[in-house]
Design a protein around this ligand. Structure first.
Ligand SMILES: NC(=O)c1ccc[n+]([C@@H]2O[C@H](COP(=O)([O-])OP(=O)(O)OC[C@H]3O[C@@H](n4cnc5c(N)ncnc54)[C@H](O)[C@@H]3O)[C@@H](O)[C@H]2O)c1
Length: 370
């Protein structure tokens, strides 16, 4: 199979879908990899590194799309890429179809085979191709929080770990899932007194067992959160209710209970945010201040660390990509129930229920296209 790797062109996207090591893996399985010139540069991988591993570098992105049996990307195709998708071509990337009817219709029209990273699902309902990005965002949340606690950026001027004789910062993490546990790990590692709040008792029990000594767990209620606010320096929002908008756990009136310069990092902003005053920001302009409280609400946090994010993402996507390339999409999906959940649109038909219902469009059972 010929696998094509176009350069990502969405704003602030520097990740790449295959790192040089992945090329070698595909070559060893008898496939050819075409990489658009400069596709890896944003993540720290030069064209020469790809050539060394056996890739062919192509100048013209149209040639990559027209020759490839499978396109691997990071972000969903954007408008200028719509005409490049072709009938029967496999496109393996993050699509997030439910967020865009225009993209859904363009992919249907192209009759390509759209396998979405975000819906590949394990039997325990976990989403293996989203996990590394949650890990990155969680760890970054503590790092960014520490940065914005500094005075020059509007923060309280508090050092996360304190020093001997001076108390450490108090950090609360709302949600003890993948983002939350990674945020807490870094905050605690910096020496902050860290509290994880969740509504899932078995999860709190587990975290109580495995987290370091300076992390405590609390059951999440409005009363508990309100009690913590006057002594908190950094709040990290990491809740998720699958399939729903994030709940507003910190409402506008609660900002008055915080000290000036408190920092709030809303990682759940991509699901609407878990603070009432959150609105999405970008890496170029990441913060704003309301009632003396610093808000950081970047929707694509992993985009700031493309080297780490690319390696984390490709570690989990490549085993599936190799299966698809070796067997063809029909057999690969038939053999692997996790990967089968990734198929969203094929031959112009929507085969993923949530996408069809998002736009009140016709749903076709997956068996009909396989
Ligand atoms: N901004 C970014 O760049 C970025 C990157 C990755 C993930 N995210 C987002 O981060 C959020 C968290 O993702 P995750 O992978 O950790 O999800 P997860 O499902 O692993 O964890 C969510 C946790 O929230 C808990 N929760 C639900 N309601 C709660 C409440 N009222 N109080 C306290 N806890 C509550 C759940 O019990 C669960 O443990 C999601 O919205 C995800 O989309 C954002």
């Amino acid at each position: 199979m010929i696998i094509g790797v176009p350069k990502e062109i969405k704003t602030h996207e520097s990740r790449v879908s295959i790192q040089p090591g992945g090329v070698l893996q595909l070559k060893r399985n008898g496939h050819e990899v075409l990489v658009e010139k400069g596709a890896g540069v944003g993540s720290g991988f030069t064209d020469e590194m790809y050539i060394e591993r056996g890739a062919t570098i192509i100048d013209d992105v149209k040639e990559v799309w027209s020759k490839a049996d499978m396109i691997m990307k990071v972000k969903e195709p954007i408008e200028v890429e719509y005409p490049l998708m072709k009938e029967g071509q496999i496109i393996f990337t993050y699509f997030h179809f439910a967020a865009s009817q225009e993209l859904t219709e363009a992919v249907m029209k192209s009759k390509c085979i759209a396998i979405a990273y975000e819906t590949v699902e394990k039997a325990d309902r976990s989403l293996p191709l989203l996990v590394p990005m949650s890990e990155v965002a969680g760890r970054m949340a503590a790092q960014e929080g520490a940065k914005y606690l500094e005075k020059a950026t509007g923060g309280r001027g508090v050092l996360m770990g304190g020093i001997p004789g001076v108390p450490a910062a108090n950090v609360i993490v709302l949600g003890g899932g993948i983002v939350g546990v990674n945020a807490a790990k870094i905050a605690a590692g910096m020496g902050a007194n860290t509290t994880i709040l969740d509504i899932n008792i078995p999860r709190l029990r587990y975290l109580d067992d495995v987290m370091p000594k300076n992390v405590r767990t609390l059951y999440s209620t409005e009363g508990t959160i309100r009690n913590l606010l006057p002594t908190t320096d950094l709040i990290i929002g990491a809740v998720l209710i699958p399939g729903a908008k994030a709940p507003s756990l910190i409402r506008r009136d609660m900002l008055k209970e915080m000290r000036p310069g408190t920092v709030m990092v809303d990682v759940a902003i991509d699901q609407g945010g878990c603070f009432e005053t959150s609105k999405a920001t970008t890496h170029n302009d990441p913060i704003y201040i309301i009632d003396d409280v610093v808000h950081y609400c970047v929707a694509n946090m992993p985009g700031a660390v493309p080297y780490t994010s690319t390696l984390g993402l490709t570690n989990v996507t490549m085993p599936y990509a190799v299966q698809i390339a070796n067997k063809g999409w029909k057999k690969a999906l038939a053999d692997d129930a996790e990967l089968k959940k990734g198929l969203n649109i094929a031959n112009g038909k929507i085969v993923y229920k949530d996408v069809a219902s998002a736009f009140d469009m016709e749903y076709t059972p997956i068996e009909e296209v396989m």
